[in-house]
Design a protein around this ligand. Structure first.
Ligand code: HSE
Length: 372
């Protein structure tokens, strides 16, 4: 029998990337997919490959939700908080797949990233766990990049600097970044055509425009174009941001670590659109050769590939634009550090909306379809 799968939040950014992937991979033909809406129910659901999905159902209708085998939500934290606990209280027997972070650290919830924790996922399904959530994007992208070193238990600790795209904050933030770029360009577009105009004058013009009240900063609160923001998410009591805190706790939860692998660093928002980069200082447990490191990294999963540590390959291939819209995870700048032979530097890039958000959810749905 086809499983009844309810999809909530399919019009948002992560939800629409997820739906596109499900259609591309033909994941929706062997399920009974039901589209829900929090605001637009009663109107037409999408038509996919000439098949109409009927009328949008009310995402707050508990009776309807109770009849679902699987719920996938990309609707965000508020929806999860509003609905998940109500369903659980009513002893709903279905499976909950969630893009939001609300449930991640609960003991009866698995953070899914099957190329890394497939065995943990299968074990948990067999034990009756029914809630599966996607991890933080920087965490999932780090694990996809460095999975081989984690799997072989070669990492003592990691210090990381991130370079996170606007998409991590939401679609409105991407729009704001582009608007900021547009305003800045317009302010110097005539000067740019004048070979006698000094770049320092243009820099002044741009700096002054940024300070005006009409410069668009309602989403980020401060300018991002021509700048950066070394703070992501709320503050924790120890000086970390929540994004930095997640690096260690979520990674170790995904890995099922018996002994915590320390991971910390500084998370920075930069002006890329949808791909996160990260620069890692890795303390290895032992001295292993660069050739072995590269082999271990690239053998871990199908999507990761190594960019050689030279100028041409690095500037042409190891950047956000190169992976945008793809499932590729690139790792490069792999070198031993002058600090010592068991210190390694690695730079990675991956698409925040694919492996960072939608893809692990698409894949847990496939696993559940086969297993339950
Ligand atoms: N928190 C991440 C960011 C996004 O702000 O980039 C998704 O995990």
């Amino acid at each position: 029998m086809k499983k009844n799968v309810g999809f909530i939040g399919w019009r948002g950014m992560v939800g629409s990337v997820l739906l596109k992937r499900m259609i591309e991979e033909n994941d929706i033909t062997d399920i009974n997919l039901i589209f829900f809406s929090t605001s637009n129910f009663g109107n037409q659901a999408p038509t996919i490959n000439n098949i109409s999905y009927g009328i949008l159902k009310n995402a707050y209708d508990i009776d309807l939700l109770m009849n679902l085998d699987i719920i996938i939500t990309c609707q965000g934290s508020k929806y999860t908080n509003d609905i998940y606990f109500k369903l659980k209280k009513l002893d709903w027997k279905g499976y909950w797949i969630d893009a939001s972070s609300v449930l991640r650290m609960k003991s009866d919830v698995i953070i899914v990233l099957d190329p890394v924790n497939y065995n943990i996922i299968i074990d948990s399904i067999n034990k009756g766990i029914k809630t599966f959530v996607g991890g933080n994007c920087t965490v999932s992208l780090m694990l996809m990049a460095l999975g081989g070193l984690f799997q072989k238990n070669l990492i003592e600790w990691i210090s990381v600097s991130t370079y996170q795209a606007a998409s991590g904050s939401g679609s409105g933030h991407m729009v704001e970044l582009l608007s900021q770029m547009g305003v800045l360009y317009n302010s110097v577009s005539t000067d740019l055509k004048n070979p006698f105009c000094s770049v320092l004058d243009m820099e002044r013009t741009v700096a002054n425009i940024i300070k005006t009240d009409h410069f668009p900063v309602s989403k980020f609160s401060v300018p991002l174009a021509t700048s950066l923001i070394p703070w992501i998410d709320i503050s924790m009591s120890n000086g970390q941001t929540k994004e930095e805190w997640k690096g260690e706790v979520e990674t170790n939860k995904i890995l099922g670590s018996k002994k915590i692998i320390p991971i910390d660093g500084i998370c920075v928002r930069i002006g890329s659109l949808r791909c996160h980069s990260q620069s890692f200082t890795i303390k290895l447990k032992k001295n292993i050769s660069i050739i072995d490191v590269k082999t271990i990294l690239k053998n871990h999963n199908t999507w990761v590939s190594v960019v050689e540590n030279n100028y041409e390959d690095t500037i042409n291939n190891l950047n956000p634009l190169k992976v945008s819209g793809t499932l590729n995870i690139l790792v490069g700048r792999i070198k031993k550090m002058t600090i010592g032979n068991d210190y390694l530097s690695v730079f990675s890039v991956g698409d925040q909306l694919l492996w960072g958000a939608a893809e692990p959810l698409r894949r847990i749905l496939l696993i559940l379809k086969k297993t339950i």
